[in-house]
Design a protein around this ligand. Structure first.
Ligand code: SF4
Ligand code: SF4
Length: 463
């Protein structure tokens, strides 16, 4: 009875529920979610369903629609709401048990993961020793044409800093080509917004002629079919476009009223050329979290094959913006969503490179976690700084192309990136996962080297 009381309280937040009403729903927008987050309604001291509240939405009219995940029951069409409550009552107990078990197991690796992570660990040790440069990012401009709410970079619409002259970056490539096989080093042009540079086709052709494959990360606003063709003829090999939700959510995050429409058009243009390696990247936040299924279907409907998702890391102004950050429970739901999407195989979904996930390793992206910054990934920043990855604090820059030879720096510096024992402090000091995690992503270290976020811990917390 208390269970029904909790449900009624939840439902009555929006409107009274007719318990004899038939449930009709579509799998896509299912009527029921069995969640793991109690929210405010079951905080009462007498509520024994704490953390395992059952959320009704859509069909029952709850305005606070939670995310559809952890769902494991699809009642038949026409089931009455009353029978549904009974089913859920039973499931609620199952979930409680499952959740307790999950919590106990979350930090303990199962045998499958232990073996796989051990193999990956040995492989990674030899990669660390050899540190072959495989990806080289070039921050070609700080100018940008949108106002992203989460932007942590120094970009401004009219950035004071001039774009790096292309000759300066091409000299870096000559240094790289003197020591590496250029065909094995992927050059990725980022910004700011790279398409604001009008010499991109010239740079692209120069990169291509030196034997490097090259690609670009863009918001797609300026990617007209004509510009895309020009870039293709300059040897463009890969593209990543940001799409952070359906129209309202994407435009909100990007701060530009046409950004969705234009990014969407750019996606259509690129998809007509399957020889271009292409993915869409989505920043998951509070606004788009409950629409992930719709975004996925939208992208599948367009014919997209590869979809990358990430969350905003909690530093700077993004850390204090509640609309940008997911709760720990939502984060776990996001990983479940990706895992499920991968199983369905209609689109290849993957989480971004950050974060060690314990028993989720191998299930939410193609490779096991290891932050490759300074090991296989290097960057040249807009001011010439030689960095490992654009997301890492400037404290960890290793030199500057205006003073140092890039390859000399690559071969002889980057010690903090290649030996991360200095990160073994705080929570990491006696962590049983250190061997496989090595202190998490390097961009998640503050100015004193302290850990900002442990994803594994996040996966076991209930808020
Ligand atoms: S620092 Fe972060 S973003 Fe950069 S390579 Fe490592 S995990 Fe990826
Ligand atoms: S970040 Fe540190 S505490 Fe967290 S799993 Fe990795 S090594 Fe352990």
């Amino acid at each position: 009875m208390r269970f029904l009381y909790v449900l009624r309280r939840l439902c009555s937040m929006d409107r009274a529920v007719d318990l004899n009403r038939s449930v009709t729903y579509d799998k896509k927008y299912t009527a029921v979610q069995v969640g793991s987050h109690c929210g405010s309604f079951c905080d009462g001291p007498q509520c024994k369903y704490r953390h395992t509240a059952v959320h009704f939405f859509e069909e029952l009219g709850c305005q606070n629609r939670p995310f559809v995940q952890d769902l494991f029951h699809f009642p038949a069409q026409g089931t009455t709401t009353k029978s549904l409550l009974k089913i859920l009552q039973y499931q609620c107990f199952c979930i409680t048990l499952r959740q307790i078990q999950d919590d106990m197991n979350a930090q303990r690796l199962d045998i499958r993961h232990r073996v796989a992570l051990e193999l990956a660990h040995h492989l990674q040790k030899s990669i660390n020793r050899e540190h072959p440069l495989r990806q080289l990012f070039w921050e070609c401009t700080l100018r940008c044409n949108v106002h992203c709410r989460h932007c942590g970079s120094d970009c401004k619409q009219l950035a004071g800093m001039k774009d790096m002259p292309r000759e300066d970056f091409l000299r870096v490539l000559d240094s790289v080509a003197s020591k590496c096989d250029p065909h094995k080093v992927f050059v990725i042009i980022t910004g700011g917004e790279p398409l604001l540079r009008d010499d991109l086709e010239i740079v692209g052709r120069e990169i291509y002629d030196r034997g490097f494959p090259w690609g670009m990360v863009t918001n797609g606003l300026l990617l007209t079919p004509e510009r895309f063709d020009a870039l293709r003829h300059a040897g463009l090999h890969s593209l990543t476009i940001s799409l952070d939700g359906l129209e309202a959510d994407h435009n909100w995050l990007r701060g530009h009223k046409e950004s969705f429409q234009r990014a969407s058009r750019a996606i259509d243009t690129i998809l007509q050329h399957p020889q271009i390696a292409f993915d869409v990247v989505t920043c998951v936040n509070q606004r788009n979290f409950s629409h992930l299924t719709e975004i996925r279907d939208f992208l599948i409907g367009k014919g997209l094959k590869n979809w990358r998702l990430f969350t905003i890391f909690p530093v700077g102004r993004a850390a204090n913006d509640p609309e940008l950050q997911l709760s720990n429970v939502q984060f776990r739901q996001l990983l479940n969503f990706i895992k499920q999407t991968r199983k369905e195989s209609r689109i290849h979904a993957a989480f971004g490179c950050e974060g060690y996930f314990g028993n989720y390793e191998g299930d939410v992206r193609d490779q096991f976690f290891h932050c490759q910054a300074g090991i296989t990934v290097g960057s040249v920043m807009a001011d010439g700084a030689i960095a490992a990855c654009a997301s890492i604090r400037a404290d960890y820059h290793q030199g500057n192309i205006y003073e140092d030879d890039f390859m000399e720096v690559w071969e002889n510096r980057y010690l903090p990136h290649r030996n991360r024992l200095w990160m073994k402090k705080g929570d990491c000091a006696d962590c049983k996962h250190w061997r496989y995690c090595q202190g998490n992503a390097m961009h998640l270290r503050d100015q004193d080297g302290n850990l900002i976020l442990c994803h594994l811990k996040r996966l076991t917390e209930h808020h």
